[in-house]
Design a protein. Sequence first.
Length: 315
Amino acid sequence: MEFVHKPVLLNETIENLDIKPDGIYIDGTAGGGGHSSEIAKRLENGRLICIDQDPEAILTLHNRFDNDNKVTIYKSNFSEMKEAANKLEIYSVDGILLDIGVSSRQLDTPERGFSYHHDAPLDMRMSKNGTTAADLVNTLPFNELCKILTLYGEEKFAKSIVRAIEQRRAVKPIETTLELAEIVANAYPAKARRDGHPARKTFQALRIAVNGELDRLSEGLDAAFSLLKNGGRLAVITFHSLEDRIVKQRMAKWCQGCTCPKDFPICVCGNTPSAKLVTKKPIEASNEELEENPRSRSAKLRVCEKIKDYKRIDE
């Protein structure tokens, strides 16, 4: 099956990247190549590096771009993009795009185990390697599972859900997505079921934990900023509040100037901004896009431009 991913905020992202025909760009989460294709169209003698950790995405990208000598495809997590770029003898770039989270193709492929709408092995691994969601559900102690659901899913009924998980796994391992979805639904208060599928937050939390998404995002943001040329732009699309908060805070840190106490008559820290915000507020999907692609409803795009190399305030 072809790896399909309808790119969200496509026009807004391409416009704010301000693509130069001879520039060097990285799509750190290339997926099915929707955003990448639009970047490549705008390049003349420039270069695009498409990075993804999903083997199925890599195959699709090769099918899509192997005849385009401007495009290089590299299998890796976006958090390791600096190492990937350096191996390709690229040490600075004009722009980087990160589209964070699970793709439509991954959600719509039942056997990948991301969706609570289809019965499949409880997997959720984007790279197809490492610990699965079933491993976490069946082996982690009560407190650790509660922490995952609370921290990554913002699930206020985490304790009830984990108690139900413990009761079921004491009888037999929880092996499929619908098994887990049923357990969560039965543990949910009836009134709370009106706010969407009861398993949504649990599945989100487990997916984030399985793939180490928030850690990879933090690492990826720093890697991306270190690769940008002065004047280069970083565009990041997120789909839930935890990701967006990390991006917002990191960009704010790069854009921060003087850190002296407000009552100091003059600046003694000497800190000056390393970036400026291109988007003062996050860009969200238009009504037209929401009608065409309901999955864009939670998408937020933030963009910043590097103006000098970042120096940590505590250095």
